[in-house]
Design a protein around this ligand. Structure first.
Ligand code: SF4
Ligand code: SF4
Ligand code: SF4
Length: 326
């Protein structure tokens, strides 16, 4: 508004000034002091001049978020490829501190609504968000639910709880119940999507996912619900992720496309070591259930463990038998 008024005044001045000069030809200098006033910038234009928006300015403004997420993603990938337990826990702590409490950046069911409804943030103003979302989607297609295994701040929190809570408090969910309970999250995903597409109301997300906890803004009832969920997680590890999370269900469905799957030996048909080790109920006999697997590495470390995995033990025995037979 100020600019419009100023522009009108300037335009009037610009048209009035020559008329005044015509009426008073002897006055060569600016009789109304326009120049002085313009030099003094009476409308404060100088203060308000905005830098033109270019990709350079956009990148500069978002550089810190882009660099920090790139560093985090590099850490997550290095920990994944090196199958390092220590680096995995460093990644989980970084996920809670940086993506959780600092940025409150988690994939939410609201993002699933946006993706399916074609309503996404403006690209040029949300570069870090697209980097984060792109990383999640690409890694899910390539390796499965890597996001759940080491990027999601809430999943990281419950995985760290799992390390701290004494094993004697654990309640092991029977396999038959695990299979049925794992379907609940797909039902919740379907119900929230149906509700959104019928009402276009996104508010239901606060009641199906606890990610708001990282913003520390919620009603007393919601904090009470979260407390119940976390206490239940003490007894049933990764309870929310395994049975209730709609985002986990959505990523699980994408994981069916996974390109680089976990390898299995022929001995896995009868060996139960990895199945018993998997804390996510993602191994059923020789099969890895990609919708449930979060690429935590536990079974892959066993796969490569020449001292524990029967595949290597059998190979060694065969080779020793062949040598004695010669
Ligand atoms: S299942 Fe949900 S809460 Fe758990 S890690 Fe995945 S997205 Fe996060
Ligand atoms: S320990 Fe080895 S043989 Fe047994 S299930 Fe795991 S990878 Fe397969
Ligand atoms: S133990 Fe293996 S199958 Fe189970 S979640 Fe971890 S990587 Fe996936």
């Amino acid at each position: 508004m100020r600019r419009a008024v100023a522009a009108i005044v300037l335009l009037a001045a610009a048209t009035a000034a020559p008329a005044a000069v015509l009426a008073q030809p002897e006055q060569e200098t600016d009789p109304w002091g326009f120049e002085d006033e313009l030099e003094a910038d009476p409308w404060g234009f100088d203060d308000e001049v905005e830098e033109p928006e270019t990709w350079a300015t956009l990148l500069r403004d978002q550089a810190s978020d882009l660099l920090l997420f790139t560093a985090f993603a590099a850490l997550a990938l290095v920990s994944f490829f090196r199958k390092s337990v220590a680096l995995k826990y460093v990644t989980l702590v970084a996920a809670i501190v940086y993506l959780g409490f600092t940025k409150s950046q988690l994939v939410s069911v609201v993002n699933v609504y946006g993706l399916l409804a074609g309503n996404l943030p403006v690209f040029k103003y949300s570069l870090a968000w697209y980097l984060f979302a792109g990383f999640t989607l690409v890694t899910t297609v390539l390796w499965g639910r890597l996001y759940c295994g080491r990027v999601c701040a809430f999943g990281a929190l419950t995985q760290l709880m799992d390390r701290i809570v004494p094993a004697r408090l654990r309640v092991e969910v029977p396999a038959w119940l695990e299979r049925r309970a794992a379907l609940v999250k797909f039902g919740l995903l379907g119900a929230t999507l149906l509700y959104f597409f019928l009402t276009t109301d996104i508010a239901a997300y606060r009641y199906v996912e606890p990610f708001w906890m990282f913003t520390r803004r919620a009603s007393t009832g919601m904090w009470a619900g979260l407390a119940v969920l976390l206490v239940a997680t003490v007894f049933v590890r990764n309870l929310y992720c395994r049975f209730l999370c709609p985002v986990g269900a959505f990523l699980g469905l994408i994981s069916k496309l996974t390109v680089f799957r976990i390898k299995r030996w022929s001995e896995c048909n009868t060996c139960k070591i990895c199945e018993k080790t998997c804390e996510w109920g993602a191994i059923r006999g020789p099969q890895i259930v990609m919708t449930e697997c979060v690429r935590c590495d536990d079974c892959e470390r066993l796969y490569a463990d020449t001292a524990k995995c029967p595949h290597w033990i059998i190979l060694r025995r065969r080779s020793a038998a062949a040598q004695t037979a010669r």
